[in-house]
Design a protein around this ligand. Structure first.
Ligand SMILES: Nc1ncnc2c1ncn2[C@@H]1O[C@H](COP(=O)(O)OP(=O)(O)OP(=O)(O)O)[C@@H](O)[C@H]1O
Ligand SMILES: [Mg+2]
Length: 330
């Protein structure tokens, strides 16, 4: 048995050392050193664990709310850590299956969390690159007979070693059309997801009701997706907090009156159709930046840093949400 230069003895290749071009899991070297039955292993001393802890901490700090999601992400991280530890004691078991579904309304953070998840899976050596390849039905389904399989296989190949994120996955299933090529995609995915030695994590994402229907119509698929993570709509205070984070991270700030104006904006916007949680908040901030820019240009005077960073109440009240119109953009 060869001894690898891994002081902690974990047998997975270190992502930082192997990089995206490193060996796939199927080529991973056998465990380097098997610990004695009475040895002790300090999980917190593992380098990968430290990286994961870092990612989890930034998930906590940079994403508002999402308590159940954060809990599930931690659980999955623990599962992988313990799996690594078990291998070190020579305890073999099958590679944990980590295909997932992310269900939640628009703008609830599904795409954002998928990126963090990829970082964690990568830090623990489960995937080769912290990469998410996002696709929708059109990227997988061909227009003509014989076109679907190559398209789907190409998407899978591009995602290999990382995460394949299938957005609005239910569009793959069209029960009203027996010959729909979506079925072919599902079959190819099933085979790929079964593959014990595969190095692909598939995340199915979409709105809750339709995802439930999708999985119940495809029990084969459902049984290969052990992790279902539900993203709730954000509460009003959470959305205000998200706005604060977004404004600060772009080096802006609301002045006092703007804070008030934004909270009024939000309570109105939440009542309107097509409200999309954090995405609507981001769009609203983008548009207030636009109004700020117009206001500053029209000032026709030298500007200070203070002017450039400040979003005022006027920049918010300019929104159509404050008109008695039916405009429901963003
Ligand atoms: N909890 C959060 N804290 C801070 N920002 C957030 C949070 N959730 C989402 N955002 C921000 O809101 C925007 C929308 O999030 P994201 O794209 O992840 O949502 P989604 O669920 O994938 O939406 P859709 O279903 O429309 O694809 C992004 O800019 C993201 O950074
Ligand atoms: Mg998304």
């Amino acid at each position: 048995m060869t001894v690898m230069d891994t002081p902690n003895g974990f047998g997975y290749p270190r992502p930082s050392a192997t990089g995206a071009a490193g060996p796939g899991p199927e080529e991973q070297p056998a465990e380097s050193v098997t610990l004695a039955d009475d040895a002790e292993l300090d999980l917190s001393a593992d380098e990968a664990a430290a990286r994961v802890e870092q990612t989890l901490a930034s998930l906590d700090a940079e994403l508002v709310g999402l308590a159940p999601v954060k809990r599930r992400v931690r659980e999955i991280a623990s599962l992988l850590q313990v799996d690594r530890a078990r291998r070190q004691f020579g305890l073999t078991s099958s590679r944990p299956t980590l295909h997932m579904s992310f269900t939640g309304g628009p703008g609830t953070g599904k795409t954002t969390v998928a990126l963090r998840m990829a970082a964690i899976l990568h830090a623990l050596g489960y995937i080769r690159a912290p990469r998410v390849h996002t696709v929708t039905r059109d990227d997988l389904v061909g227009q003509f007979i014989g076109h679907t399989a190559p398209k789907t296989k190409e998407a899978i190949a591009r995602a290999a070693g990382g995460v394949l994120f299938i957005d609005e996955a239910y569009y793959l299933f069209r029960p009203e059309n027996e010959r729909d090529y979506g079925q072919e995609v599902i079959e190819i995915l099933l085979t790929e997801m079964e593959n014990e030695r595969g190095d692909l994590v598939v995340i199915f994402a979409g709105y809750p009701d339709r995802m439930t229907t999708f999985f119940s119509a495809n029990p084969g698929l459902s049984s290969r997706v052990p992790h279902h993570i539900a993203f709730d709509d954000y509460s009003y205070p959470e959305l205000l907090q998200i706005a604060g984070l977004m404004v600060a991270s772009e080096n802006f700030r609301f002045d006092e009156a703007a804070h008030q104006a934004f909270s009024e904006y939000l309570s109105r916007r939440m009542e309107q159709p097509r409200f999309s949680n954090a995405r609507s908040v981001r769009n609203a901030i983008e548009r207030s930046r636009l109004r700020q820019a117009r206001r500053l240009v029209e000032l026709r005077r030298p500007l200070r840093k203070e002017d450039l960073v400040t979003l005022t109440a006027d920049d918010i009240y300019g929104s159509s949400v404050f008109l008695d119109s039916t405009d429901q953009s963003g």
